[in-house]
Design a protein around this ligand. Sequence first.
Ligand code: IVH
Length: 680
Amino acid sequence: MPDTVKDIKKRAEALRKALHKHNYQYYVLDDPEISDAEYDRMMQELIRLEADHPEIASPDSPSVRVGGAPLDKFETAEHSVPMLSLDNGFDDSDILGFDKRIRKNLSFSSRSGEGTRADDEILYTAEPKMDGVAVEIVYEEGRMLMASTRGDGIRGENITSNVKTIGSVPLVLTLEKGKIPRRLEVRGEVFISLEGFRKLNERRVSMNLSPFANPRNAAAGSLRQLDPGVTAKRPLEIFLYGVGLTDLDSESHSGTLEALKQLGLRINPLIRPGITIHEALDYYRELTGKRHDLPYDIDGMVIKVDSLEFQHQLGATSKSPRWAIAYKFKAIEETTRIMNIEVQVGRTGALTPVARLDPVNVGGVTVSRATLHNEDEIRRKDIRIGDTVMIRRAGDVIPEVVKVVTSGRTGEEEIFNMPANCPVCDTPACRDKDEAVTRCNNTNCPAQVKASIRHFASKGAFDIDGLGDKLIDQLVDKGMLSSYADIFHLDKTGLEGLERMGPKSAENLVNAVEKSRDMTFPRFLYALGIRHVGENVANLIADKFKTAEEVFSAGTEELEAIDGVGPEIAKSVRRFFELDENRETVKRILDSGVRIIYSETGKKDGYLEGKVFVLTGTLENMTRNQAKGMIEAAGGKITGSVSRNTDYLVAGKSPGSKADKARKLEIEIIDETTFTELLK
Ligand code: IVH
């Protein structure tokens, strides 16, 4: 007699439950209770049941780990809280400076306790800095809903099917006691262990495929596969290290990590919670010592202020939180000779001296150039042409000269002087009194024009396929482009006459330009190449203004009101749009049929959209984090201190001085009951 559907469903559910558990035992606890063969048998049985009875399929069945259907492309996924990056420190004094800034910001006494735990010690949590790929995973009611890459920090790619194949990522959260959070956005690093990397490359070489350069590239490449079946075969792992929006209740970062662990998520066991800044420095030395014995690559340590209340008060710049810093490991260094010093002209006209080096291998990469930053830097380090120098390469950073090996001097070395004129357009170069940078102020300088067109056509901006560096050089040199606005007037006949440009490629380019005419608002702003306006800042600005015209005429005060936009950025934006020439260029772009697309999400439909809240005192029925989560979910924002931009001050029990300030500024003060009403 055949099994009833009910029986089959029951059997499938039992298998799923057992597989989830064994998965957790194996991947998270590293303590398997059954053999691999037994696990495989159960998995095969489940896959067969689901194949025969599609009606019992489930998106969080362990069977999805073998990889689902291939995709055509990744969809975009927006992060509800931006995924920022970290500030870097390279020596102890950078880290002590970080602690000092935090003490100042939080009005603590200016020195930490040098090991004796003073009453006003700030406690940190220190963690290994994993050298992998950042991801965000969203759980709702304990089920994995979505996973995405960091992308530009605001929007990433939806890589759910791929992340589901990672054994150490639970598809369903479990908890012995307590409540599973309604929504949990967790963040962490996906990586490949050194052993996994070695085996993967061995397999690739045996199949005549090129090996991956390092574990990080292998992890990144594996996560970006459109076919999750391929990802499933890669030895990806995860460590979680933080949260985005969540109603998870915790007072400290280390508490959050502990809660994540209780939910079955994998946390790095080397994390050191609740330590002083001096203990963190000791921990750094400890990590440096064991770094090469670890089964995976780390590139430093991350120090985070442990108290979430303090984190909240400290806030973030547009790039990184003020409550965390990465203490990077010492970079790899080599010695070589400076053959010559050349001067490059950048997009903003900055003249940068660059050392041409006798090519040298630094940690597996051939280095033939190193930035010398600016004139002061050259003087400070007394760098001369012909010098033997120690150079350093750290991660993806441009190699730089650490110091001169003076014992290598012969007396033949030549002192370098910054040229008086721009090496490209011969305009006299200037240097502001309070700036280290020498600039060519001729905005029509071909070097600047070329660089700004390259930026305009680049991936994060108008993304014009086929408009590469060489072609831009030709077009500018021939006078066919004198600003990026001219791109939209290029025609096929004109293009066909150029070197290495047939009718077909000319047509392709014209089509690519045509295709780029519909442009999203943030990309448009980014493309203009305004100083200090990178992708992040462009996103922040685009979120705050309804139209481009509003940005063109925005005053510095209005710009500075945006969280993450400081005076320097505001001034730069203002200065850009004040110049007739720039306004004219923007107008020409818009007149030539470029349409700015204003995003759906920018349409502000959350009922608290744009409202700014400040909390003070103790709330009775929710934690601050929950309140924050609910405000943000409705489109509102929380800031740490009361200002003219505050819409509501939510006052709990025994409110502090914030209430006085709010009264003075005539800002609406509401109690917890009214606040709860408002959220409904
Ligand atoms: S916290 C806002 N913790 O480093 C703070 N990041 O440069 C966000 N990373 O994108 C990051 N290990 O990919 C944090 N224990 C750790 C980390 C870590 C590695 C990576 C992460 C992030 C990058 C920041």
